[in-house]
Design a binder for this molecule. Structure first.
Ligand code: ADP
Ligand code: MG
Length: 317
């Protein structure tokens, strides 16, 4: 039995999802008879950790601060073992531009893209390079902020005329944006968990948008606008290739414990390409990783126990 601090909430736009992830993790820890300390992450985080002296922390934060390595740095400093990836993998996963460079450097497929910062736009005239970018990527393109989740700020731009407004929208979420080739195809999420023989991919979840929502990415996250199928209806070979790609991405990004890799199966039914990885994916009743865990025949409680043991097993830095 351990004293487990469950870190949830925080100040990111994904606070509400995090609170639900945290509640579910707490219930599982209680079923496992661990002592649970619930911490809503805020300015008193260090004090709370110092006062409560947990044996281990379960990080159930999503988005900024929690998923981007900041809280992990603090936990390292405080000498508290914690679940899932360390700071460097969190930093790589939180920034889609860095994720894509890392994947590309590792020889893994990710859609072609160009990224620029607000500074490049404001002070270096990057806007004037847009036609060249657009020519190379071909339309339609997808415009997205480098950091963010839940499809916030992601826009589909069918023509050049749609790009400026999409960029302005993306800049309202982050100071760095990317223009990415649009991939027509199927949306797959592959969760990866570390096991005794290294990382293993779980059954694939396919997100299937209902009619009319194909290009409104934000709407897909509204309840009832998307159907989730797990295991995805794919040929065995395709499933295995997607799972192998997800594990390769997980390794290239340096993830630990668990993570979820979002990829696309191109409309030719053959090409696979990685969009992003989530270092701390949602853990709510309706989240994709828990669906995959269940489809693998593992209870959520057993998953929590495994992740906690992995945190305790990680050698201190
Ligand atoms: N290049 C792209 N081509 C086609 N669809 C995309 C592309 N980028 C994002 N999408 C759609 O938007 C969703 C969210 O994008 P993603 O890059 O996973 O960001 P996040 O999940 O962090 O918001 C994807 O699951 C996919 O449906
Ligand atoms: Mg995603």
């Amino acid at each position: 039995m351990s004293r487990v601090a469950v870190l949830a909430g925080g100040q990111s736009l994904e606070r509400q999802v995090s609170l639900r992830s945290g509640a579910r993790v707490r219930a599982a820890l209680e079923r496992l008879s661990h002592e649970v300390i619930a911490i809503d992450v805020g300015p008193d985080l260090v004090d709370q950790l110092a006062d409560t002296e947990p044996d281990v922390a379960f990080v159930a934060l999503h988005g900024r601060d929690g998923e981007d390595g900041t809280v992990q740095e603090i936990l390292e400093l405080m000498g508290v073992p914690y679940t899932a990836s360390g700071p460097s993998a969190c930093i790589r996963c939180m920034d889609k531009v860095l994720t894509k460079h890392t994947l590309r450097d590792a020889g893994l497929p990710t859609p072609e893209f160009y990224a620029f910062s607000q500074t490049a736009f404001d002070s270096l005239g990057a806007g004037r390079a847009l036609p060249a970018i657009e020519e190379r990527l071909e339309f339609p393109v997808v415009v997205k902020p480098a950091a963010q989740g839940s499809a916030l700020g992601i826009r589909f731009a069918p023509t050049a005329a749609d790009v400026p407004a999409a960029i302005v929208a993306a800049f309202s979420y982050d100071t760095k944006v990317l223009l990415e080739r649009h991939v027509a195809g199927r949306d797959l999420a592959v969760s990866v968990i570390d096991g005794v023989d290294g990382p293993e991919a779980l059954p694939i979840v396919e997100a299937i948008p209902r009619d009319g929502d194909h290009y409104d990415f934000e709407a897909r996250y509204e309840i009832g606008r998307t159907d989730f199928v797990c295991p995805a209806d794919l040929e065995k070979q395709t499933t295995q290739r997607a799972q192998a790609l997800a594990v390769a991405a997980y390794r290239a990004l340096g993830c630990y414990g668990f993570a979820r890799v979002d990829l696309m199966l191109e409309s030719d039914g053959i090409g696979l390409t990685v969009l992003e990885a989530n270092a701390i994916p949602g853990l709510t009743e309706t989240s994709l990783l828990p669906q995959a865990v269940e489809a693998a025949g593992v209870s959520f409680t057993a998953f929590v126990e495994r992740v906690l043991n992995l945190a305790l097993a990680r050698a201190p830095a």
